[in-house]
Ligand binder design. Structure first.
Ligand code: UDP
Length: 238
């Protein structure tokens, strides 16, 4: 129903590239701050929020390995990139007056907390935004899979994937004006048609645990809050 928030606990997944604004690389602090305000608006509704941020604005394992670097080393570099993004987002959220914890799949005690499931749950109960860093802690995975894993572990009701477009299309809407947006699409259809919502292992993990994925645009102000209230356009993968 419009206006009502049906969610108690959600996970917001954004790519690292969402933090770089118009720059070609790294973090653009005003953009990070804008996203922090989106998160604050949802936090103000009383919703418990988990976040997973990618690392693609700094380093991607596949890019490194394509240039001759050992894949696992490149993947660890990618995971470290997500920690930098998590710290940047934490700083921006705290500037908005929201308490947060960065919890890392790879322990680095001087920088953030290690990921301990029960502790993370406690943070959420205390209305702290928990940012899950370093992906799954394993090479050969992505932060989409990490997001699905943590959303399951934290009993989130859905994953909200903030992107540049307002849902899942049958082809790239930025290239094809006749691209059609799905209101709802099944996990199997996403896999069969290679719809590029998330990688296949993330989709399968969501499907096997009946975790809905809601794909929406992060570029419209108030987007995240509106989507949680059932307003605006988005795609539900179910
Ligand atoms: N990564 C990894 N294991 C994980 C999560 C991430 O090895 O569980 C590495 C991988 O190299 C990946 C990089 O971290 O390319 C950055 O994550 P991702 O590509 O998912 O970031 P996004 O595309 O969302 O910005």
């Amino acid at each position: 129903k419009h206006g009502e928030v049906a969610y108690k606990r959600v996970l917001l997944k954004i790519s690292g590239e969402a933090l770089m604004g118009d720059q070609g690389f790294g973090l653009h602090p005003p953009t990070v701050q804008r996203i922090a305000r989106e998160v604050k608006a949802v936090h103000d509704l009383g919703v418990e929020i988990c976040m997973v941020i990618g690392g693609g604005n700094i380093f991607r394992g596949l890019q490194g390995s394509a240039q001759g670097m050992e894949r696992t080393t490149a993947d660890y570099m990618g995971m470290l990139a997500t920690v930098m993004n998590a710290l940047g987002m934490q700083a921006a959220l705290e500037a908005e007056g929201i308490f947060t914890r960065v919890v890392s799949a790879i322990p680095m005690d001087q920088v953030c907390e290690p990921y301990i499931r029960r502790r993370a749950v406690r943070h959420l109960e205390k209305k702290r935004v928990v940012i899950f860093a370093a992906g799954t802690g394993n090479p050969y995975f992505t932060t989409d899979t990490a997001a699905t894993l943590r959303a399951n572990e934290m009993s989130c009701q859905a994953i909200f994937k903030g992107t540049k477009v307002d849902g899942v299309y049958d082809k790239d809407p930025k290239k094809f004006p006749d691209a059609k947006r799905y209101d709802k699409v099944t996990y199997d259809e996403v896999l069969q048609k290679h719809l590029g919502v998330m990688d296949a292992s993330a989709i399968a993990l969501a499907r096997d645990n009946k975790l809905p994925i809601i794909v929406f645009s992060l570029d419209e102000p108030g987007g995240f809050c509106g989507i949680l209230r059932g307003e605006g356009t988005y795609t539900e993968v179910h």
